[in-house]
Write a new protein. Structure first.
Length: 339
């Protein structure tokens, strides 16, 4: 993709001369970091979400993507003329099945249909998930050539969304899909394993005398974790890579390592300070989750995007703990910390 025309926006008193980038799902965990990275690089950023961010990195545009029609999405593209659209919207496995089907599948279909009608060239970067691949044998890296066989509603709906993108790319839309490993780092949602652990540790630190234990589900898996800021860098690399390199591609984004989740949680506890007893709850039916072993192969990301992760997992864990520290959270609410 050649460099698109420069924008002419002014956000927060600073002139933005880079391309205009629309981030869908901009208030989500990954979307926030993508918007921040794009703004830091000098791009015009339109942050699209149902509720605007209290600390936007660009211009906040409220839009409920779950209910937006194809015509509304086409009208949005015509009105705002983006050079890049990053789809970081979606619903994860902790929500109800209907919402996952709507945001991960049906919305993506409406989005690619709308962008195909757009008169000006636009690059779509769609964020999929490593869970689209489904269970893999231990020791076998997940490559983009692997036939996806997701085990749950989340993986299946995300896979359908990716397939809508790839189908539109075959019909000429400038689009690429990133299959992202388990993102971690500052601001990780409390529904995620590490986010839940960090939140519990923060609550315990704020309540002297509370039981010194951290209770989580059984930590038996080995999975690929990647810092959310490295994911944002990969999304930016995909946004401006040559079209012939990425058109219609699926590209893995991860660390390329299968890490024992128990060791990550133990390190999080160690970094948090006071000793805590780790309690693992067995599932009621005695079964384990389907993805007990995950390791992405990131060869294509290195070759096509010139991207590789730069942050250590220790850095991710330290920054996660800092982001949930009670005193820091209070300062952020009061506007005393930079976003």
């Amino acid at each position: 993709m050649s460099s698109p025309p420069a924008g002419s926006g002014v956000w927060g008193g600073t002139a933005m001369t880079g391309p205009r980038v629309v981030v869908l799902g901009a208030t989500g965990f990954v979307g926030r970091h993508i918007a921040r990275a794009c703004a830091a690089a000098g791009h015009e950023v339109l942050e699209v979400s149902r509720s605007p961010s209290p600390t936007p990195h660009g211009r906040a545009v409220p839009l409920d993507l779950a209910t937006a029609t194809t015509a509304q999405l086409a009208g949005f593209a015509a009105a705002h003329r983006p050079e890049v659209v990053v789809n970081a919207a979606g619903s994860v496995w902790q929500t109800d099945d209907a919402l996952m089907r709507e945001l991960n599948d049906a919305f993506v279909h409406r989005l690619v249909t709308a962008l195909a009608q757009h008169a000006a060239p636009v690059r779509l970067v769609h964020l999929g998930t490593v869970h689209e691949y489904g269970p893999a044998p231990a020791g076998v890296p997940l490559t983009e050539a692997r036939t996806p066989a997701p085990a749950g509603v989340y993986g299946r709906t995300k896979l359908r969304g990716t397939r809508w993108v790839l189908g539109a790319a075959r019909d000429g839309l400038d689009a690429v899909a990133l299959r992202v490993a388990n993102a971690c780092g500052p601001g990780a949602p409390p529904q995620s394993l590490l986010g839940k652990a960090a939140a519990q540790l923060a609550r315990r630190a704020a309540q002297p005398g509370a039981p010194a234990e951290l209770r989580l589900s059984a930590l038996t898996a080995r999975r690929d974790f990647v810092d959310v800021r490295d994911v944002a860098a990969a999304a930016m690399a995909a946004a401006f890579a040559p079209r012939e390199a990425v058109q219609g591609r699926v590209i893995n984004v991860g660390r390329g390592q299968a890490v024992a989740v128990r060791s990550l949680v133990e390190r999080l506890v160690e970094l948090s300070g006071p000793a805590v007893r780790l309690v693992e709850d067995e599932p009621p039916d005695g079964t384990r989750g389907p993805a007990q072993w995950q390791q992405t192969d990131i060869t294509l990301a290195r070759r096509l995007l010139g991207w590789c992760p730069t942050r250590t997992l220790d850095t991710s864990l330290r920054d996660l703990l800092e982001s949930v520290a009670p005193q820091r959270a209070g300062m952020a609410r009061d506007g005393l910390l930079p976003s």
